[in-house]
Design a protein around this ligand. Structure first.
Ligand code: GDG
Length: 459
């Protein structure tokens, strides 16, 4: 079995409980092959443009090597906050209005990818299989190839790929999309993303779309496919059985015994549709007064990328909305919204899902959205809650038995939430059973096997 090398912006230690399903799933594959995980240490080094001299730090644990490199402060600003999170993230989520096409970002983004390639190459063995993750590292394979790498290299995009016209708003779109041809396999979250990739290649690039996911261009053969990421269902269910989760569940049940809980768990990000969700919840209270003094929305919005301007505006907007809803509808003994702008411990999150009758997973655009799958995994099959899911989440392609909504349509979303709150037990059970079959069949281990099998056979 060839050694697996995973490359991503940040490296998660698969042994730590906070690591989450993706780290656990990749950790399994890394352990099986005695592999390596390479990425940025998260440290912004205080050196002037001296990044290329910074050392790679390696740690070896249980057959897996974790290798990290620091990046100099200016590069972090331009590569991470700038190009990755103020250009690629907004555009790939269809938010051209939020993109900041500062000319300096692209050069630095490329430079950090070159730095990664230079630091990684000496650590590689000739038969390693390399799996690169996400939008921070699109040009990594082409930088590795420029240094002579002949490895098998795959890329997985965790976020959506927009249609060609939107993608073409990025000044460097030609270069970025061409860089993908240095990979042997490119994986997307959904069929919709794959279709956008095909359309781009037909409309914007002179690439031969050979069908069946095969693309011939720039002197290379590229395979592309949809590999919807799944959940480690058993790991997450085991988390729900842990002491912290059970204690949290008991507290929530006692505290909210006379209420119906709705839950939202997101990073505080404009792609997640949080203001729209709060407006829909306000509309629910307005249009269906029986929910007043009864329905409580617990919204966790974990802090994220606070160095990017658009996130500060969003935070202020959410605080205003929560204050207004609580002010307008709150009673002495009932607040409609509990808004938590902090990171909740992962081991307590299953309890929050389990205590809730309805989950609101209503992003404006999302590659997949794992919260939807986490919520389903820990419901009581005999009395399950209902998933209200945006049709614009990648997960909506798979989770057809959720209550699907258009989060931009406030009143319709409010109606859908009411429908979910009122859903009879037998229908809740029927839907939950079908949704569970789907997330069990296509779990994170399936995803990883599917991608790696296709990568090793590609060519
Ligand atoms: C990207 C794509 C794709 C959230 N708040 C807290 C917390 N979380 C956890 C959730 C879940 C994870 O974070 C969020 O995953 P998502 O899938 O919803 O979204 P992104 O972070 O945007 O991830 C996305 C994903 O990559 C995988 O490919 O699905 O579309 O955007 O696990 O539970 N965890 C803790 N405290 C919190 O407050 N501990």
């Amino acid at each position: 079995m060839p050694r697996l090398v995973v490359v991503s912006n940040r490296v998660a230690d698969p042994r730590k409980p906070a690591a989450g399903g993706l780290a656990v799933a990749l950790g399994d594959a890394l352990r099986e092959s005695g592999g390596m995980w390479f990425g940025w240490s998260g440290i912004a080094a205080d050196v002037r443009d001296g990044a290329s001299d910074l050392p790679v730090r390696t740690q070896r644990h249980g057959g897996v090597t974790l290798a990290t490199v620091d990046i100099c402060r200016d590069d972090v600003q331009a590569y991470y906050f700038g190009y990755s999170n103020a250009v690629l993230w907004p555009v790939f989520h269809y938010r051209l209005d939020l993109a900041d096409f500062d000319a300096g970002y692209a050069d630095r983004y490329r430079r950090v990818n070159q730095l990664f390639a230079r630091k990684l190459l000496p650590l590689l063995r000739p038969d390693d299989v390399i799996w690169v993750h996400d939008y921070h590292l699109i040009p990594l394979a082409s930088e590795l190839r420029a240094l002579g790498s002949g490895h098998r290299i795959g890329f997985f995009l965790h976020i959506p790929l927009p249609p060609p016209l939107i993608l073409a708003a990025i000044p460097e779109h030609d270069w970025l999309m061409r860089a993908l041809f240095a990979y042997d396999l490119v994986g997307f979250q959904s069929q919709a993303d794959l279709t956008h990739f095909e359309s781009y290649m037909l409309q914007e690039a002179r690439v031969d779309v050979a069908g069946d996911g095969l693309f011939l261009g720039f002197g290379r053969r590229l395979r592309a496919g949809a590999f919807p990421i799944g959940l480690d269902v058993r790991e997450f269910q085991a988390l729900a059985e842990g002491r912290d989760a059970r204690e949290t569940l008991a507290t929530l049940r006692e505290q909210y015994s006379r209420r119906q809980l709705l839950v939202g768990v997101d990073r505080l990000d404009y792609s997640k549709g949080l203001p729209q969700r709060l407006r829909a919840f306000r509309s629910l209270l307005l249009r269906y007064p029986e929910n007043r003094n009864r329905a409580t929305l617990i919204q966790v919005a974990a802090p994220s990328r606070e160095g990017v301007g658009a996130y500060a505006d969003l935070k202020a907007e959410l605080e205003g909305l929560c204050g207004a809803i609580n002010g307008d509808y709150g009673e002495l003994d009932w607040m409609p919204v509990r808004y938590i702008h902090r990171t909740v411990a992962r081991r307590r999150i299953p309890a929050l899902y389990r205590a809730s009758r309805v989950a609101l997973v209503t992003p404006l655009r999302d590659g997949m959205n794992l919260v939807a799958k986490e919520f389903l995994a820990v419901q009581d099959p005999a009395d399950p809650g209902v998933l209200v899911l945006s049709r614009f989440a990648g997960a909506a392609e798979q989770l057809r038995d959720a209550v699907l909504v258009n989060p931009y349509a406030t009143q319709q979303t409010a109606d859908a939430i009411q429908f979910a709150l009122q859903m009879p037990l037998d229908e809740r059970r029927r839907r939950h059973e079908r949704l569970m079959a789907e997330i069990r069949q296509h779990d994170v281990h399936w995803w990883r096997r599917q991608f790696l099998d296709t990568l090793t056979q590609a060519g």
